[in-house]
Design a protein around this ligand. Structure first.
Ligand SMILES: Cc1cc2nc3c(=O)[nH]c(=O)nc-3n(C[C@H](O)[C@H](O)[C@H](O)COP(=O)(O)O)c2cc1C
Length: 234
């Protein structure tokens, strides 16, 4: 498949260094503290949802969240990501069918006992109804390399890190817009490139159902590490 126009656009290829002024107004410390505390409280309420209502979500809020994700920093500013927003019920059905096929093999032994034991407290199994219940899926692809018009490949750097950061920002934006999400990583997920007709330089990273929690939705009772456990101050 030939690369699309936007894949050929990579701003740092061949550009000279061209600085522009950056002078954001400095926020007063009191406002920083208030905003940080409020955001900590808001983000503390985010949970992964696996039981979705089929109710539609405000579509522009999802697009805005993707636009937020696309402001993420990336290795050499190569922005090695594609977000495919799938609302079409037939495509979601096909994704679910293929994902459940892989998940059945995984849960029937491919994962190994240690991995299965790690998953047990989450209560997950091979049934992935969120893929058809949630009104939208955002399928995130990594662009492992950039394909020039003449077909030559140009390596992208720090693709895993860059896309991981972008997905973190996406989840944050969705949550702050009042939408629930799940990072679903069926393994292997090669089928996603085929089902969604993506080019060869793209590799699926995650499927993110987006919507509202179903009535009666439950989540596992998990404990987060405390700040003291995760922060080392020297
Ligand atoms: C990289 C990654 C992969 C994940 N894969 C799956 C998955 O395939 N299926 C699933 O149900 N949850 C998946 N999760 C969600 C985690 O299980 C969830 O974030 C974790 O249990 C913490 O719960 P919380 O998000 O509610 O805080 C994944 C999360 C991450 C970050």
């Amino acid at each position: 498949m030939s690369p699309t126009t936007e894949q050929q656009w990579t701003p740092t290829h061949g550009e000279p260094y061209r600085p522009v002024p950056y002078r954001p107004a400095r926020m007063p410390a009191a406002e920083s503290l208030a905003r940080a505390a409020a955001l900590r409280e808001t983000m503390g309420q985010r949970r992964t949802v696996r039981q979705f209502s089929p109710d539609p979500v405000p579509e522009q809020a999802v697009r805005d969240a993707v636009a937020c994700a696309a402001t993420a920093p990336s290795g050499a500013h190569q922005q090695p990501w594609t977000f495919v927003l799938v609302r079409d019920p037939e495509i979601r059905r096909r994704i679910r069918e293929a994902a459940e096929h892989e998940e059945r093999v995984s849960y029937d032994g491919r994962l190994g006992e240690e991995w299965l034991a790690a998953l047990r407290p989450l209560g997950t199994d091979a049934v992935k109804s969120h893929l058809t219940d949630a009104p939208a899926l955002i399928v995130v692809f990594q662009q492992r390399y950039w394909l020039a018009e003449d077909g030559t490949k140009h390596k992208h750097y720090y693709v895993d890190e860059s896309v991981g950061i972008a997905v973190g920002m996406l989840l944050s934006a969705l949550h702050q817009s009042g939408l629930a999400a799940l990072v679903h990583t069926p393994s292997p997920m090669r089928f996603l490139r085929e089902v969604l007709g993506r080019p060869v330089n793209e590799k699926a990273f995650a499927v993110i159902p987006v919507g509202y929690p179903a009535e009666g939705c439950e989540v596992p009772d998990l404990v987060r590490k405390s700040l003291e456990q995760v922060l080392v101050e020297l």
